[in-house]
Design a protein around this ligand. Structure first.
Ligand code: ARG
Length: 487
């Protein structure tokens, strides 16, 4: 990174400026260190713009050929890590345009015809976001599919279900896995919704008020794979709603991963012992030789903090900005890139960890013996026998209190004694205090009946696949990308 003071030709707005800017102005103003991540989309956007200018006779065939050739060589260098970015050239847009001038000379000066960096950055960001959101949606689909696989294998593995982190009623490992899969599918649908809403090209909005030149906005929109154009130039250059929506989706997505992480931390502890995390996802302690720390699960929790912080940072930047473009908007990028990268990485590691986690059948079954998880089922039996619910609840509560005092359980007391105490037939009680039967008796949509969990697990694979396919649509190469790759 070169940080020397800008020479006159580096400043593309330098016509009326005689003196160099203050070094701190340059440092604070420059965004290239982070917005160079938009380079691909900037090149593609420029190719679309140049193609439209040529078709509108605002650019000669020869200048067009020189510009496209220059942009191709620039992208090649960027891609190979051979492009020299300089802070003196401020941002990704001016680095690329100035390099184009270095490479092809005068024709480069015609590329920015009827365009401002304001509509340029707006289009770059939409293109970047579209691709990244689509890729993230595929990771979300993969995580939902991973939970579906876990659910298929563990559809009938009983485990305690919790409320207030106290043992409550039995569920199955598959049922828990599918609960997390549902949240992932909602996250995916949220992203698709955001993708649809941001599907409009802002190019042609200019700095804020369009242009007097005869451009064709529909043409650039089509070349960039947008299905329409934005309807108001002031709005188009100042709107970052799609960035907020994407980051809000990321914050909620990270929050979901955080809850998964917390459960894995708890369940992998010796106190629970429900699940074993393979060594690939744990680290040792530099001091305590016995330690295997669930770092990845902990970091799913921890990383959610920064993603939520990224969203809040952007909301604060945007709050109170007058229309149209303001330089404050440049501050949207670092939080955006950070949130998307973090979300994407966390999704991928979660999917692998979920697939690799080894559920411990015997520990799960042992945990079901304690905690009176079937007390509610006994209440249901009394209700079936005609006892009013409130009375049945009191009766079973008293019985549980008695057993707790005697350090005993339903199973230890036995079905016969239980039936006598509650005044219901022994067969009924026996069925009610058997976990597997208790699960099978929950035969309604959304309940942990093993057969229902198994069929939902199968359906999850198809639902995840549909989500991935919906994301794929947004990853189709655009005509402008095909021009870039010479296709
Ligand atoms: N780097 C700027 C940004 O990200 C590009 C737009 C600058 N426009 C301007 N008129 N200074 O917001």
């Amino acid at each position: 990174m070169t940080t020397s003071a800008p020479t006159a030709p580096d400043r593309l707005w330098g016509g009326g400026y005689g003196e160099a800017t203050h070094p701190l102005v340059q440092k604070l103003n420059a965004s290239v260190d982070f917005d160079k991540r938009l380079a691909y989309d900037d090149v593609v956007g420029s190719i679309a713009h140049a193609t439209m200018l040529r078709d509108q006779s605002l650019l000669s065939e020869a200048d067009y050929a020189a510009i496209v050739g220059g942009l191709r060589s620039i992208w090649r260098d960027i891609h190979n890590g051979q492009f020299e970015w300089t802070q003196a050239r401020e941002d990704v847009h001016m680095n690329i345009e100035a390099s184009l001038r270095d490479r092809i000379g005068d024709p480069a000066g015609r590329l920015h015809t009827a365009r401002s960096r304001n509509d340029q950055v707006a289009v770059d960001e939409r293109l970047w976001l579209r691709r990244n959101l689509a890729e993230i949606t595929r990771h979300i689909a993969d995580l939902a599919a991973a939970f579906g696989q876990v659910a298929r294998v563990h559809a009938s593995w009983p485990m305690p279900g919790y409320t207030h982190l106290q043992r409550a009623q039995p569920v199955t490992v598959g049922h828990l896995a599918l609960a997390h899969a549902e949240a992932q599918l909602r996250d995916g649908a949220r992203v698709l919704d955001c993708l649809r809403r941001m599907d409009a090209s802002p190019l042609g909005s200019g700095a804020l008020a369009g242009t007097t030149l005869a451009i064709d906005r529909d043409k650039t929109a089509k070349l960039l794979g947008f299905s329409t154009v934005t309807r108001n130039s002031l709005d188009a250059v100042s709107d970052r709603d799609h960035v907020v929506e994407a980051m809000a989706a990321a914050a909620l997505g990270a929050l979901h991963l955080s809850r998964i992480g917390e459960e894995l931390c708890l369940f992998a502890s010796a106190e629970f012992g429900f699940v074993r995390l393979p060594d690939a996802f744990t680290t040792g302690s530099s001091l305590m030789p016995q330690k295997k720390n669930p770092d990845m699960a902990e970091l799913l929790r921890g990383k959610s903090g920064r993603v939520i912080g990224d969203l809040v940072a952007l909301l604060v930047v945007l709050k109170g900005l007058p229309l149209a473009y303001n330089k404050d908007l440049q501050e949207d990028k670092e939080p955006l890139f950070d949130a998307m990268q973090t979300w994407s990485d966390c999704l991928q590691v979660t999917a692998d960890m979920v697939r690799a986690a080894q559920w411990q059948k015997h520990t799960l079954l042992a945990a079901l013996d304690k905690g009176f998880l079937l007390a509610t089922d006994l209440v249901d039996e009394l209700v079936r026998a005609g006892v009013p619910f409130r009375r049945a609840h009191e009766q079973v509560a008293a019985l549980v209190a008695e057993l707790v005092a005697a350090n005993s359980t339903f199973a230890q007391l036995g079905a016969l004694a239980l039936a006598t105490k509650l005044g219901v037939p022994v067969a009924v009680v026996a069925a009610a205090i058997d976990v597997r039967q208790a699960l099978r008796r929950r035969d309604l949509v959304g309940a942990p009946h093993p057969a229902r969990v198994a069929s939902q697990a199968n359906a999850m694979a198809a639902r995840a696949q549909r989500l991935a396919a919906a994301a794929q649509v947004w990853l189709r190469p655009t005509p402008a990308e095909q021009i870039l790759t010479g296709g």
